[in-house]
Design a protein around this ligand. Sequence first.
Ligand code: HQG
Length: 331
Amino acid sequence: MDLKDTSKYLSLILRHKPEVIGIDLDEHGWANVDELIKGISKTHKLDMDILEEIVQTDNKQRYSFNEDKTLIRANQGHSIPVDVELEKQKPPKYLYHGTGEKFRASIDEQGLIPKGRLYVHLSSDIDTAINVGSRHGKPIVYRVWSGLMNEKGYEFYKSVNGVWLTKEVPTEYIKRETFDDKEIENVIQDINSILLKTELDDENEDDTSRADAILELDNVYSWEVLQQAMFKILLDDNRSEDDYYQMAVVIWYAILENKKRITNDQVLLKFKKKTIIGLLYYRLRHTDIAENLIWSITCELYHLDYCNSEYDPLKDEKIISKLEYYGINTQ
Ligand code: HQG
């Protein structure tokens, strides 16, 4: 039996059914470590060393000891009513919930409810939500307007392992993330009209206003769909250099905004970094005006030194092969 089995059993005991091994949790979810080891080791190989290893290496940091390691508890995920002293926190504007396609109809009707657990579990990025959703078959992801909910008085908690929790999410605060072409086409049309409108708008030299307006579209569509639309524009050979340039500005603003808003750079952009940098270079390499901009984007995404790097994206084998995948030959 490996650690994973023992860890799963541990989570059953600490979150749902301590009675299986004849122990109790206190009101804050703590179990006595000696009793726990004694109980679990009847069926699974477990001693203090193994338990410490499980707690330390758990990929989601599910468990915590108290200071002198005489007590242990699960950080979140309980179905039994314990108060793990969750920290109330102001959520970001959006959070995500991954689930199975089979629950879609019911969720669209009822909103998100905790089902067997004490809270609805949310994550700050889509990738995690997709992973969570995959546990229930074909995954789908809902975007949750958590910032707005919070303003309306709904409370949010963040567990020590970074999972966001809330009691419920009514339907008016969720929208399923879709990646279908029709929606992307709608976004492209909206972007087109922004690009066009301001271009006709006399000698409007203010580039920032167009990029801002495009970025604002993420109040209407999801940021992911917006990115797909921009990606399509960058892939389109028949666009003007100015269109490509505007996409670069939007990406730069998004990076800046994310820096302010979110510290975890995993959530920075949903583009594949290499593809997007390759595309920006491919489209804008001959324009003086974009040179600094695309170099700044590259440095931010790769954590490069602004002044010093010798890096040339269009000589990067990985980038070249990503672009080839999209039918672009950089040679
Ligand atoms: C769904 C894992 C129908 C909900 C993960 C979910 C997570 C509805 C399922 C943590 C519904 C409950 C929690 C409605 C919600 N109608 N279905 N109105 N509202 N549901 O396992 O969020 O590995 O209890 O979408 O990483 O999947 O255990 O919750 O699909 O953080 O540490 O009801 O469990 O962490 O399933 O997962 P779950 P979950 P651990």
